[in-house]
Each structure stands twice: as C-alpha cells, then as structure tokens.
Ligand binder design. Sequence first.
Ligand code: FMN
Length: 158
Amino acid sequence: MTFDTKAFRQALGAFPTGVAVVIAADGPHPTGITANSFTSVSLDPPLVLWCLAKDSQRYDIFAGAPGFTISILGAEHREVSARLARPGEHRLDGLPLIKTALGPPALAEALAVFECRHHDSKDGGDHTILIGEVVRFLRREGEPLVFHGGRYGALSAI
Ligand SMILES: Cc1cc2nc3c(=O)[nH]c(=O)nc-3n(C[C@H](O)[C@H](O)[C@H](O)COP(=O)(O)O)c2cc1C
C-alpha cells in the first residue's frame, strides 16, 4: 500500500496544539528543543509525555536524561519556539531561566512548567515516547502559543 506521508502530516496538522520547550541537562549545559507532542497522561500518578524524533541531533541527550522540564510557551514566544526548533540550535543563552530542584532549568516566562523525573520510554516508530513523572509544577496566566496547520497562531487569531 502506498502511504502519502506529506498528506498524513498535513492531516495531523488539522489538530491544533500548544507549543512547549523541553529542557534537559547536557553536562553543565542545558539543552532545549521545541515540541508540540506534549500530552497529559495521568493525574494519579501525575504523568505527562512527549515524543522525541529518533533522528534528532539531540536524541541521546533527551532519551538518556534522568529528568527534564517542560515549559509551555505563551503567544509572545514564537521566536523562542523557532530558535529551539532549528537543527543543532540547542543552547539557551540569553533566555530568562529559572532553576529547578531536579537539575535542568525551565523558561522563566512560561505559562506553565512541569519538572519531570524520567518514568518510562516506549517505542513509537520514528519517535520515542518519553513519559515523565511530574514532581513539581507552576503556572501563570497568559495567552498560549498555538501551532496549527504548520503555522503559529494565538487562540484569538485562529
Ligand atoms: C512547532 C514545532 C513542534 C515540534 N515538535 C516536536 C516534537 O514534539 N518532537 C520532536 O522530536 N521534534 C519536534 N519538532 C522539531 C524539533 O524542534 C527540531 O526542529 C528537530 O528536532 C530538528 O533539530 P535537531 O535535529 O537539532 O534536534 C517541532 C518543531 C516545531 C517547529
């Protein structure tokens, strides 16, 4: 059977998502990646997941991390999202960060932050599903950044 991957990707893009930045420690350097695959999984225990492409240059850092933070981006964070989605663009220099007890920092201006301990990994085809146990979280009010049909938007602008 032939499968039109491009059309499949476009159909998946019909589902609007928020945008997150996942941060893990790479030795002394924190490393970030833009991800819209973030999903809540379980309230008790508190679990979330995101999916990491197996061909990411940052694969080993994230797949092997004992913990990671997830920062939910606001509508004003398009540039941050675009920057951390560029291949090889992983450093967080110049971005306002907050420290976490877990190790990797989080984005200071995020709408929500989830500090996660690695819980489990599952094979997901060309991605690995990384499940984290949330050990701490914080939240602030704001307009979320939205990704839909391959483009950024905000809730009021869609
Ligand atoms: C809005 C958006 C969402 C993305 N979501 C994911 C994701 O959930 N998982 C993932 O592995 N890559 C995702 N990417 C791609 C990565 O951010 C990055 O571009 C890709 O990993 C290539 O860079 P790398 O090889 O240096 O990691 C997303 C990109 C964008 C723009």
